[in-house]
Design a protein around this ligand. Structure first.
Ligand SMILES: NC(=O)c1ccc[n+]([C@@H]2O[C@H](COP(=O)([O-])OP(=O)(O)OC[C@H]3O[C@@H](n4cnc5c(N)ncnc54)[C@H](OP(=O)(O)O)[C@@H]3O)[C@@H](O)[C@H]2O)c1
Length: 274
């Protein structure tokens, strides 16, 4: 099956394009176009995919806060156009959404839990979700992704490991939790969803973990547990409220991907550090 991945140059996209039969697009690379381009539909027709994993987004929270119109244009309006084109062509679409559509006050979250985002990023992604669902497609809400970056630039995980390897102390939130999942497993799950069936919403997440707990695991493997200290959310003046606990559970994943389960971060750390 010919699968098109949008956002192919991004951290998740670099993992997605390793999949079989996958072609990527972004504003860089071989299929190069802006999703907000008025000629979007002709770019899509030229590629002719049978399924699309839509991972492109204005994904940095601070960028969405400082440029809310651009966040809406990319995360919502371009997603709506893409979803419409896919419906007209009979192409399956998987929209990559986020745990940040929840407010973090009543975890764990299921697919039918109330979405009430606290950030401009979360609100723009939720509008994108709605547009995609209106066209009868699948929304995959992915938890915070971790692991080494394959392309240019560093992931949050890479920065953390670089600090620990340089013997720099780090303070990490002990009182904020996410259902962390690796980029690799998220990409694998998304590609399985792209070749599968089912519409609506599905959650892809690992078990509840704080950044502090992850930092302790990494530091222990690197032989420097003393470098990680427990930080508090109250130590950090965030420009937007931060969701406290975004643990996600899933009933639908068992239905759509019955044989599949993401690995824990702990299971993958030794291979990442090797
Ligand atoms: N990172 C996480 O932990 C996390 C968690 C849950 C969900 N998500 C979702 O997962 C997806 C991927 O996240 P990521 O961390 O891999 O993001 P990323 O590294 O910031 O990558 C974003 C991608 O979107 C592309 N893009 C942005 N604006 C575009 C435009 N106007 N036209 C075409 N392409 C555009 C970028 O390509 P160019 O700049 O090269 O054009 C890049 O390839 C996003 O939908 C995000 O909301 C992320």
């Amino acid at each position: 099956m010919k699968i098109l991945v949008t956002g192919a140059s991004g951290k998740l996209g670099c993992y997605l394009i390793k999949g079989q039969g996958v072609q990527g697009c972004s504003r860089r690379g071989p299929h190069r176009f802006d999703l907000t381009d008025p000629a979007l539909e002709s770019h899509l027709e030229a590629i002719g995919p049978q399924a699309v994993v839509h991972a492109a987004a204005l994904s940095a929270i601070h960028d969405c806060l400082s440029r809310p119109e651009q966040a809406d244009l990319v995360n919502h309006q371009a997603s709506a156009r893409l979803a419409r084109w896919c419906s007209q062509q009979g192409v399956r679409l998987v929209y990559v959404s986020t745990d940040m559509v929840f407010d973090g006050e009543s975890a764990p979250y299921h697919e039918d839990s109330l979405a009430q985002p606290l950030s401009e990023y979360g609100r723009s992604k939720l509008r994108g979700e709605q547009a995609v669902l209106d066209q009868g497609h699948l929304v995959a809400r992915v938890a915070l992704m971790v692991g080494p970056a394959l392309g240019d630039g560093q992931s949050y995980y890479d920065q953390l490991v670089a600090s620990l390897r340089a013997r720099k102390p780090v303070s990490l939130f002990q009182d904020e939790w996410r259902g962390m999942i690796s980029y690799e497993d998220a990409a694998d799950g998304l590609l399985r969803l792209a070749v599968g069936s089912g519409t609506g919403v599905v959650h892809l997440a690992g078990p509840r973990l704080s950044r502090y707990e992850m930092g302790c695991m990494l530091a222990a493997q690197l032989g420097a547990p003393e470098l990680v200290s427990a930080g508090q959310r109250s130590d950090y003046a965030a420009p937007e409220p931060r969701p406290r606990d975004l643990t996600m559970l899933s009933r639908r994943r068992e239905e759509l991907l019955p044989e599949w389960q993401p690995r824990t971060v702990e299971q993958q750390i030794p291979a990442w550090l090797a």
